[in-house]
Design a protein around this ligand. Sequence first.
Ligand SMILES: Cc1ncc(COP(=O)(O)O)c(C=O)c1O
Length: 445
Amino acid sequence: MPYTFSQSQQLFERAQQSIAGGINSGIRLMEKPVPLYFEKGAGARVWDVDGNEYIDYQLGQGALLYGHAPAGLAEAIAAQAKLGLHWAAQSKLELDVAERLQQMVPATELVRFNNSATEAVMAAFRLARAHTGRRLILKFEGHYHGWGDEGLVGFANPPSTWADPEPARVHPSKGIISAVTEQFVVARWNDIEHLRQRVADYRGQIAAIVCEPAMCNTCCIEPGEGMLAAIRALCDQEGMLMIADETITGFRFGAGGAQAYYGVRPDLTVFGKAIGGGTPFAALTGTRAAMAKIISGEAMHAGTLNANPLCLAASRWCLDAVIALGPEHPATLNRLGQKLMAGLRALADEHDIPLRPQGPGLAFHTLMVKPDVAARPVENYRDYIQLQDVPRWTHLRRCLLEEGVRAIERGLWSISLAHTEADIDEALARAAVAFKRHAATWPAA
Ligand SMILES: Cc1ncc(COP(=O)(O)O)c(C=O)c1O
């Protein structure tokens, strides 16, 4: 029998009286039929308040690289909690974590900690501007860099703006500082000539180019041949900093992050999510030269809870877990993910569902292709918007959820170090039921 969600439904209704809109992060409203309330997790599984068990590929929006409640992490946090929750001062723990980052990520010479990647991105942009004395940051359509005013410019440019010769600087939120959009140049992902032209148009004014090394937030689109090298070369030629936002890719793509996976060396890197394994933790790392204005204090960087010992204790445990895997990481995650992708593709073919899994495996996106559009490679944000059938994916995702398989609402799937072959096999068996029901009930009345 498909799962039902009456307890979650009741809590969500109750929450309307105490929590604005009933949720604490806008994206959580995307979960259908109702934003779920969870009670516990273990390894690759998570249980909601209705007692439904899910094989989890949402994984706390990717933060739970180590799975739910991995053995040892709670103890590491508890041991620290007994010694103190917060000092707003220094501890040896922060050196332990910073030195591990230096060991793991070659471009990390120096580190600063924050509590969210949104903050670390803000710090990176401020630092790049201070470093170069320039105003503009170049970013790519479809790349997400946190929910701050600066992180979302051009993230979701509506098709009505696409005819403009320059990609638009649309911000999806009301209430932003109005001048913020003018502090950005927006470019299309995976179009090197177009990127060169954007840089030439604003020569001498761009402080940094920022990207997700793989565009995980929009259809998990990997960098095309030469893309990251072209960004690096342009930054070197034009005196700009290269900022890699590894909030999703960091430690998921291996101990050295996506920068090691794809072989590129940024000046500044943002780590979030997996660096804290589910605790509110993030880092800005970079070369000594790029960090100079933070060292001198000219670019302010602060935060009451920065380098909080609880998060540091968690992060030290997480980084040690990645280091201990050695060279088999991320190959194992990729193998498991590719098996899941192949199984989903086979089920889609069997039921004539136009679903195309795309990505390296350790993370991937399930693109549902619109009925009236010819399928083609998805190389950038615009391809994705033109191809994706949102209502149909939402319907299939709900069928999957009702059979106990949970992917990220937009279609991204992440594999954790806790997932096994058996979890993949079981997910595919459950998905077989979900795909069959989806095929029989779509289009929904
Ligand atoms: C690439 C990227 N950068 C930044 C962020 C912001 O991270 P946080 O929500 O922890 O502030 C996210 C969050 O999903 C992200 O995916």
